[in-house]
Write a protein that binds this ligand. Structure first.
Ligand SMILES: *Cc1c(COP(=O)(O)O)cnc(C)c1O
Length: 356
């Protein structure tokens, strides 16, 4: 580690930056990718020296095992630029931790901190100009790892690639969501891989989600695999509800433990709210909406931070939640996180990791 907290990495700068072609006022999520990427190979039981190279295509064998058998995991986090130009990454230690949990569940090697966090910091330093300064905009960071062994037998690959790509993303309009409670398809079962951010979890969600979208919903609200009685999460975000001064979020080893969810729970407790991580039945939720005790409901994830839920469809009936504009806790926490991430207020939890 150097003094700047970055790791020594071989760097090949691009000869042709694409930065001047980017319209920072019209960014579509994940479409525009920055000039450089970090690449590290794992072979013979160890990580080789990483390098930062111009963003570009990979060349892979058609037998690459990740394509056939799905040893493929990822993370998602964001960097922000303060008004004074300071660059900060939000809680990357949490992403590292979760990445390595995903890795070990899929029998993949863990990635060391110097490579994951040191690598991200070095990459951000090089592509600093790609981090938007417009408030609400940020740089999305996508670390991922996949199996690269070129052989068709089903076994853990003997080689892997760890890559980090990034791209600027615009202010997200948090349009209130209409969610359908899914009671047929299953996202994750006990003992499975629901807690890991692996590629297969997203592939399996696409078909059921499309069916719900054809019925006019935005996303699914997944339920447990056994009885379809307990709510789990929404699309690719976690669920949180407010009842009185208690924030309630479903908990189980089948959900993806979101860092946004954890952050919101920590803030809620700090502000004097109660927070409960427990099973939440569809019945409890529906009754709470009907009797007015559930005053807020939202989905939480890195992409949009917090998105209010306006309607929930269950067994052919629609349940409507209170007006998102009037939701005290959600709006307060969204504002607080915004202020914290752009350096407007003191970082009392120590969540901002400054680059360079
Ligand atoms: C990434 C993800 C989340 C949200 O996690 P964050 O760390 O808050 O971004 C929730 N559910 C699923 C299925 C996810 O993939």
């Amino acid at each position: 580690m150097s003094e700047a907290g970055t790791t020594a990495i071989r760097v090949e700068q691009t000869q042709q930056s694409r930065l001047s072609q980017v319209d920072f006022n019209d960014l579509k999520f994940g479409k525009i990718l920055s000039d450089h990427m970090l690449v590290a190979d794992y072979a013979d039981g160890q990580w080789e020296e990483p390098s930062i190279v111009p963003y570009g295509n990979l060349s892979l064998s058609p037998a690459t095992s990740a394509i056939h058998y799905g040893q493929s995991i990822f993370e998602g986090l964001k960097a922000y630029k303060f008004a004074d130009g300071t660059v900060s990454v939000f809680r990357p230690d949490q992403n590292l931790n979760r990445f390595n949990k995903s890795a070990s569940r899929l029998e993949m090697p863990e990635v060391p901190e110097e490579l994951f966090i040191g690598g991200i910091k070095t990459l951000l330093d090089i592509d600093r100009a790609w981090i938007p300064q417009l408030e609400g905009s940020s740089l999305y960071i996508r670390p991922f790892m996949f199996a690269t062994e070129a052989a068709l037998g089903v076994h853990p690959s003997d080689s892997y690639k760890f890559i980090v790509i990034t791209g600027p993303v615009g202010a997200y309009y948090n349009k209130p969501l209409r969610l359908k409670v899914e009671t047929h398809f299953t996202r994750a079962a006990q003992g499975g891989v629901g807690f890991s951010k692996n590629a297969g979890n997203y592939a399996l969600s696409l078909h059921p989600t499309r069916l719900a979208q054809e019925e006019g919903f935005d996303q699914l609200m997944w339920t447990d695999a056994i009885e379809h009685k307990y709510v789990e999460e929404a699309g690719t975000a976690n669920l949180l509800f407010r009842v009185g001064d208690t924030i309630i979020t479903p908990s189980s080893d089948t959900i993806l433990h979101g860092i946004t969810r954890r952050t919101i729970i920590e803030i809620a407790r700090h502000w004097g709210y109660q927070a409960e991580e427990r099973k939440v039945s569809v019945q409890e939720l529906i009754e709470g909406i009907e009797n007015g005790s559930v005053t807020e409901a939202f989905a939480a994830g890195t992409a949009a931070t917090l998105t209010p839920i306006s309607e929930i469809g269950y067994e052919g009936k629609i349940y409507t939640l209170p007006d998102p504009e009037k939701r005290e806790f959600s709006n307060k926490v969204l504002q607080y996180l915004n202020d914290l991430r752009y350096g407007h207020i003191a970082d009392e939890f120590g969540w901002n990791v400054i680059v360079g």
